[in-house]
Design a binder for this molecule. Structure first.
Ligand SMILES: [Zn+2]
Ligand SMILES: [Zn+2]
Ligand SMILES: [Zn+2]
Length: 141
C-alpha cells in the first residue's frame, strides 16, 4: 500500500516523506472533501502547520485540489491528469446544506475541449443544495 502511494508521489515530483504518505493515505480513504481540521483530528500527534504545509505542497504538485466553502477550505485528491502546471479539476463541487459535506461531481464538468481565444487557468464550479442521501432521508417518506 505505502509503496503504491510512494510511487504516486514520485510520479508527481514530490518526495515521499512519511507525513506525506500518511496524509495521502487518509485522503484516499475519504469519499468527501476534507478540511484541515478534520485531517488534524485524524492524526493525534501531528501538528497543524505540518499538515497544512503538506496540503499546500500537494496542491502545488497537482495531487490535491482545494474547494472553498464559505469560510472553510476543503481538499480532495486529484486524478492523474493534474500536475504541477495545471489542475484539471473542472468539475462541479457540491455542498449539501444538511450533512454539510462537499463532494466532487465529476460527471458534471466544464468541457475541457472548448476552444476559447483566452486562456483559462482555473475554473470553479460550486453548487449548494441537498445531496441524494439527505433527500432520501428527509423528503421521501
Ligand atoms: Zn487537480
Ligand atoms: Zn447531505
Ligand atoms: Zn473536485
Amino acid at each position: 500500500m505505502n509503496k503504491e502511494i510512494e510511487n504516486k508521489l514520485i510520479h508527481k515530483n514530490t518526495k515521499p516523506t512519511s507525513m506525506r504518505i500518511l496524509v495521502y493515505d487518509f485522503l484516499s480513504s475519504q469519499q468527501v472533501a476534507t478540511s484541515l481540521s478534520e485531517i488534524e483530528n485524524h492524526f493525534d500527534n501531528a501538528d497543524r502547520t505540518t499538515i497544512y504545509r503538506t496540503l499546500k505542497t500537494f496542491e502545488e504538485k497537482g495531487i490535491v485540489h482545494s474547494i472553498q466553502e464559505n469560510t472553510t477550505t476543503k481538499y480532495k485528491l486529484c486524478h492523474n491528469d493534474c500536475d504541477e502546471k495545471t489542475h484539471k479539476d473542472w468539475h462541479l463541487h457540491f455542498y449539501c446544506k444538511i450533512c454539510k459535506q462537499t463532494t466532487c461531481k465529476e460527471d458534471i464538468s466544464f468541457p475541457e475541449s472548448m476552444k476559447t481565444n483566452f486562456r483559462i487557468d482555473e475554473i470553479k464550479l460550486f453548487a449548494k443544495g441537498i445531496c441524494e442521501n439527505c433527500l432520501e432521508e428527509n423528503f421521501n417518506n
